[in-house]
Write a protein that binds this ligand. Structure first.
Ligand SMILES: [Zn+2]
Length: 241
């Protein structure tokens, strides 16, 4: 019986489930193969060095044998550490919470296909958390860049509805960004124009001062929730258990 060739790829562990006696099902965000579900055999035995590498917040290089068809789990047979972000993240509650939100967002934005941009955004966010940057700013920068990459970029200067030039003082997640006084649909948030400017800097990958952090996070989270709940979700969240 022909089997599909194995492959190696960079990966982050998104989540794990215990399976059988000593195995673990691991959901990986890979760089060139998208989201992959695989079984790692024997990794729950106490001395498994392989198992010790299949942890969150570790950039790993995995060896994977695909399942015989799409309904079968892959088998993960090896993992080498590329970069370890763990201690500095896990030992700090705010960094840990932000890192978990980065991974959960990435999982929801990923498909079963190559997305090196998304993978690299995750790696960059974890590196910035490890380095001690403001956790909420790092998370919001990740969300704004990753959702823009997914096709949901925000208009943060011009009105997202009528294109009137800013600066504006309101944000609407359904319309997709800043909204002018004339448009301002129901469900809009009041926001300081400087907070919109901070979001523009973050969405475009620029450094930004940690100012208006609460406002920026409130509307960035609203933007993410709106897009993940608006019908695209079913395409983007894998239902397979
Ligand atoms: Zn307008």
């Amino acid at each position: 019986m022909a089997s599909r060739p194995s492959w190696r790829d960079r990966a982050f562990v998104v989540r794990t489930y215990d399976f059988a006696e000593a195995d673990r099902v691991v959901v990986l965000l890979t760089r060139e193969h998208g989201l992959v579900r695989g079984v790692a055999k024997g990794v729950r035995k106490a001395k498994s060095r392989f198992g010790s590498r299949l942890q969150p917040f570790v950039d790993i290089n995995v060896q994977v044998y695909p399942g015989r068809d799409h309904s079968k789990l892959a088998t993960i047979t090896g993992a080498d550490t590329v970069a370890y972000f763990g201690h500095q993240i896990v030992d700090d509650f705010d960094r840990y919470t932000a890192a978990c939100a980065v991974m959960e967002t990435a999982e929801k934005l990923a498909f079963e296909e190559a997305d090196p941009v998304l993978f690299d955004l995750v790696a960059a966010a974890l590196e910035r958390l490890r380095a001690g940057e403001h956790p909420t700013m790092v998370l919001d920068a990740f969300i704004l860049q990753a959702t823009e990459h997914a096709g949901w970029g925000l208009s943060l200067f011009n009105c997202a509805n009528c294109a009137a030039p800013g600066p504006h003082k309101a944000f609407n997640p359904a319309v997709g960004g800043a909204v002018c006084t004339n448009c301002r649909p129901p469900g809009s948030f009041d926001i300081d124009p400087e907070a919109l400017h901070t979001m523009w800097l973050l969405q475009n990958g620029h450094a930004a001062q940690a100012e208006h952090v609460g406002q920026v996070h409130r509307v960035t989270a609203a933007h993410l929730q709106f897009n993940l709940e608006s019908g695209v979700t079913s395409l983007r969240i894998m239902e397979q258990a």
